[in-house]
Design a binder for this molecule. Structure first.
Ligand SMILES: Nc1ncnc2c1ncn2[C@@H]1O[C@H](COP(=O)(O)OP(=O)(O)OP(=O)(O)O)[C@@H](O)[C@H]1O
Length: 280
């Protein structure tokens, strides 16, 4: 088990209410876990507990425990936890502060005390995977939104974490940037075997690529399971304001009319089901 969250609740110092409540969650090696939930449901707060930013840098009242590869995050430094759990945030601009792409990736590595040859190897590897080869000397603010977010991912990736936690990494990007970042996340999970925890509003993507989905509401887990089962709970998800994939919405209407038994998980599956209903 890579991450084990046990009866976790957290209240920010100045807040009256707990932002997450009694969370129990296990994340296994190699898994791809999608996190959904309305605004303010505690998704970011939960992400910040995975590498110790909560409770070490952001103070408040923490109950319960988070274990990362067996280390209790309360007793382990953020620096140590960051070598296991890499965190990527919503806004790439807030994470980039060096003069060149290469320096950006080198920054975290230099703090790890690695030898210069290893640093060079890792920079090359991370930039290649993130599709940023050839941009080593660019000034990060001149990159496109998608390139900036891929650079933020490359900088975290170069530390060779076992888990990448990404908190709405595509929400500030244009459609092309979004697609590039989501393709990179899929590649990291499926080809590099990196465990992924992703907060993402694109439910089509989550349905296609996540192994498991966790739905939060008011700080609590209200639904958890395989995407195909979670997305059967159409009414609950819609009541939370979660935008559903078209195939799921149309299937739901057909199910209500007694024309389908289970939701189609993709447009292709929906078309095939419709063809068999219409006998064509
Ligand atoms: N630094 C903070 N201090 C006090 N309260 C906070 C702080 N950060 C978040 N909260 C509160 O904690 C609750 C959960 O917020 P959080 O950002 O974790 O939710 P979220 O699901 O990630 O929302 P969004 O989708 O809008 O990013 C909200 O009620 C929010 O107002």
């Amino acid at each position: 088990m890579l991450i084990r969250v046990e009866d976790l609740s957290f209240r920010y110092s100045r807040a009256k209410e707990y932002s997450i409540k009694n969370i129990n969650l296990k994340i296994r090696k190699g898994e791809f876990v999608g996190i959904l939930g309305p605004s303010g449901s505690g998704k970011s707060t939960l992400c910040l507990t995975f590498n110790g930013i909560i409770p070490h840098s952001i103070r408040g009242e923490l109950r319960g425990d988070v274990y990362v590869k067996g280390y209790n995050t309360k007793e382990t430094s953020v620096a140590k936890l960051s070598t296991i759990v890499g965190l990527v945030l919503q806004n790439p601009d807030s994470q980039l502060f060096n003069m060149t792409v290469e320096e950006e990736v080198a920054f975290g590595l230099e703090n790890l005390g690695l030898d210069p040859e290893e640093i060079k190897r890792r920079i090359k590897w991370a930039l290649r995977i993130a599709g940023l080869e050839g941009l080593e000397n660019e000034f990060p603010p001149n990159l496109s939104g998608g390139q900036k977010q891929r650079l933020a991912i490359a900088s975290v990736l170069a530390m060779k974490p076992e888990v990448l936690v990404l908190d709405e990494p595509t929400s500030q990007l244009d459609p092309l940037g979004r697609e590039q970042v989501l393709s990179l996340i899929t590649l990291l999970n499926k080809e590099q075997g990196i465990t992924i925890v992703l907060v993402e509003h694109n439910t089509e993507y989550i349905l296609s690529f996540a192994d498991r989905v966790v739905v939060l509401d008011k700080g609590e887990i209200v639904l958890e399971g395989k995407p195909k089962n979670v997305f059967e709970e159409v009414e609950l998800l819609q009541n939370l304001g979660i935008r559903l994939p078209a195939s799921v919405r149309i299937s739901h209407k057909l199910k209500k009319k007694g024309l389908l038994e289970r939701s189609a998980l993709s447009e292709r599956e929906l078309i095939n089901k419709l063809k068999s209903i219409m006998k064509i």
